[in-house]
Design a protein around this ligand. Structure first.
Ligand SMILES: Cc1cc2nc3c(=O)[nH]c(=O)nc-3n(C[C@H](O)[C@H](O)[C@H](O)COP(=O)(O)OP(=O)(O)OC[C@H]3O[C@@H](n4cnc5c(N)ncnc54)[C@H](O)[C@@H]3O)c2cc1C
Ligand code: HEM
Length: 424
């Protein structure tokens, strides 16, 4: 049994490249990494190989989900208060935790190599209320768990190696959290100041954030609603940052959290926002024109990028393609049509894949519409929506000669950790 950290896609999003001010959470080579590198000498020179830990983990991993089940039971029995920091449903949690641990064990001989990942993990854990002592309790439960599943293979030497490894790991996590705490709050609170139901399953919410909330247009932020504690889901800000600290979110009801945001949340409700992340942001220096392609509420970050373009002194030509299954999915088309009237450099096309409504949209997928309507040699593409829509569109772009460096994308995957984005 392998927990498959590498293949699981369980890497958290990085902030946009170029976000380099004091609030940035980008791990620059000489920045956040440097302190850890001082503790851990990179690439071997005197660094422990942790060979026993690696071999032991491989054996124990054969027990599959029983391992994290035991680990969490041990931790919650010893420190019951920790249970409140986790979501009600733990299955996804167990999977992710073991994927992350497996990944760390794989790199045990050279943890500095994955320090940016560990720092990002620790940063994202600040909003869960996770602190240094919690990581220590977790480490103690890892040791108990490994011992439990190792039988008579367990001895003092192995235990000591595990403790050394976990101590390095948790120091790196704590250090990442500490550095981030000097830059930003663990989370922001935001009041819902308007809630518009645009269709059966889509709502547009405006939030008033309690303090300045810096992000790059096109980024997303994790949101927690009081009805589902500790279940954070990412939503993209649909506007450029505003002086009045308001943000617009477009939400499609798909599961527990999104349904609550669409159907139950009303004006006056307070939600929590985590630090913004993501790389679907405008690259204004390519000199190329811009093709923006959105599926459903994937229009949210695309709208923010488009608004960003409106602020450029000399905007390039922009073509927006927005698609949905049926008319209700084109919930913001009127705004787009207004902008099309206002900005001579902007063209808007809508596509409906399941219902024909020639008065507002062409028939077919948004990818088909892009293919049909033009030659895109001089364009960069930005694509966002559900995974199947994004993958289909990107395949079409490749077929039309786009190389990856001309495509930025965001998949609305259903996990709290979005796409595999973390470049080590
Ligand atoms: C970086 C990022 C940005 C995102 N931005 C937005 C956004 O601006 N607006 C938005 O509505 N969603 C967005 N999502 C998706 C969102 O984070 C949640 O995954 C979604 O709301 C479902 O969460 P849930 O708790 O309601 O349901 P869950 O129980 O977590 O999931 C239910 C099912 O819904 C599927 N699903 C997730 N999103 C969609 C969708 N948009 N359409 C159809 N099915 C979906 C999931 O794959 C899963 O199978 C984003 C996701 C990521 C990773
Ligand atoms: C006791 C300490 C910890 C607490 C309280 C904690 C809590 C949480 C919570 C609440 C979530 C989000 C669940 C969701 O949204 O559905 C989460 C996610 C996650 N945790 Fe932890 N966690 C702890 C320790 C760790 C450690 C030590 C690791 C790695 C070795 C880890 C790896 C992850 C990963 C990979 C995710 C998903 C990614 C993310 O949301 O950033 N956790 N954790």
């Amino acid at each position: 049994m392998s927990y498959g950290a590498r293949d699981s896609g369980d890497y958290t999003l990085l902030p946009a490249p170029g976000e380099t001010d004091g609030e940035s959470s980008v791990d620059t080579a000489g920045g956040l990494m440097s302190a850890t590198s001082a503790i851990l000498s990179p690439h071997g020179a005197g660094a422990p190989a942790f060979t026993q830990v690696k071999a032991n983990f491989e054996l124990v991993a054969k027990y599959g989900d029983n391992v994290p089940l035991y680990l969490f039971s041990d931790m919650f029995l010893r420190v019951p208060a920790l249970r409140e920091l986790f979501p009600v449903h733990m299955s996804r949690q167990r999977e992710r935790l073991m994927a992350a641990l497996s990944f760390a064990v794989e790199h045990a001989h050279n943890l500095p190599e994955i320090t940016p990942y560990l720092h990002q993990l620790a940063r994202s854990h600040r909003k869960f209320g996770t602190e240094g002592e919690h990581y220590e309790q977790w480490s103690a439960s890892v040791v108990n768990t490994m011992q439990r599943f190792s039988g008579n293979m367990w001895d003092e030497g192995l235990e000591e190696e595990w403790r050394d490894f976990l101590s390095l790991l948790t120091r790196t996590l704590s250090e990442g959290a500490r550095q981030d705490a000097s830059l930003r709050p663990a989370y922001w609170t935001a009041e819902v100041i308007s809630h518009e139901r645009r269709s059966v399953d889509v709502a547009v919410l405006r939030l008033l954030v309690d303090r300045p909330f810096k992000y790059v247009p096109g980024q997303s932020a994790p949101v927690e609603v009081r009805q589902w504690p500790n279940m954070w889901r990412y939503y993209s800000m649909a506007n450029v940052p505003r002086r009045d600290n308001t943000v617009e979110l477009h939400v499609k009801a798909a599961g527990a959290v999104s349904r609550t945001l669409v159907c139950d949340v009303r004006e006056g409700e307070v939600v929590k926002l985590g630090a913004p992340v993501g790389t679907l942001t405008l690259n204004p220096n390519t000199g190329r024109n811009i093709l923006l392609i959105a599926g459903g509420t994937g229009f949210a970050p695309i709208k923010a990028v488009l608004e960003h373009v409106t602020k450029l002194p000399v905007p390039p030509w922009v073509s927006v393609f927005t698609g949905a299954r049926e008319r209700g999915g084109l919930y913001d088309l009127d705004v787009l049509r207004d902008w099309e009237q206002k900005y001579p450099w902007l063209t808007v096309r809508a596509a409906l894949s399941e219902l024909e409504d020639q008065s507002v949209a062409t028939t077919g997928t948004v990818g088909e519409a892009v293919s049909r309507y033009g030659r895109w040699e001089g364009y960069d593409a930005y694509v966002c929506g559900p995974p199947a829509m994004v993958d289909g569109t990107v395949a079409m772009l490749h077929a039309n000669g786009f190389t990856d460096n001309r495509i930025r994308l965001e998949r609305f995957a259903g996990a709290a950790t979005p796409s595999r984005r973390f470049a080590i």
